[in-house]
Ligand binder design. Structure first.
Ligand code: AIR
Length: 175
């Protein structure tokens, strides 16, 4: 039996270097849910479980996974190693770990050598949410249902800005 979680019909795989990344990465999972994308989540550290990472990445395309979202902190090699192990597009989510406010993770993911790209997002929750939206936008190129759910998501987001209260001392104008 495989020592990672698979979900039938999943098209996105979220990988994390540690369970300690989950409080941030659950934003990616929740956003994929909002967009209607079936996904699977696994903790597979590139450093602590390299053989499991290779097994996961080498079987992901044949199981229908089309995009990987990889989160790690510190010397964050997970996204880069996953990108090396599969031709699937890999989105990197740099986690704020124990030092440098996540700059270490950001540079580890962004500064890939040429030939093996990682689409690196912002540090932390914004990057986690954006990785899910970006994954949907990739899938939307070839899937009309996903395209529509991305458009709906954006329309709801635009509409929501009209509901924001004004800044203190600058109340929203009545329309
Ligand atoms: N990490 C785990 N294996 C390799 C790396 N880069 C990262 C995790 C987490 C941080 O190390 O992704 O962000 C701390 O992990 P832990 O398990 O010590 O809490």
């Amino acid at each position: 039996m495989a020592d990672y979680v698979t979900v039938p019909d999943a098209c996105v795989g979220i990988l994390m270097g540690s369970a300690s990344d989950w409080p941030v990465m659950e934003k990616a999972s929740a956003t994929l849910d909002t967009l209607g994308l079936i996904h699977e989540c696994n903790v597979i550290s590139a450093h602590r479980a390299p053989a499991r990472l290779e097994a996961y990445c080498s079987t992901a395309p044949e199981r229908g996974i089309k995009v990987l979202i990889c989160a790690a902190g510190g010397a964050a090699h997970l996204a880069g190693v996953a990108a090396a192990l599969t031709h699937l597009p890999v989105l990197g989510c740099p986690m704020k770990a124990w030092s440098t406010e996540g700059l270490d993770s950001l540079l580890s993911m962004a500064q890939m050598p040429k030939g093996i790209p990682v689409g690196t997002m912002a540090v932390g929750g914004a990057g986690a949410t954006n990785a899910a939206i970006f994954a949907a936008e990739i899938l939307a190129l070839s899937d009309e249902t996903v395209r529509q759910s991305v458009l709906d998501f954006r329309a709801r987001q635009s509409a929501a800005t009209f509901d924001l209260p004004g800044a203190p001392g600058h109340p929203a104008r009545e329309s």
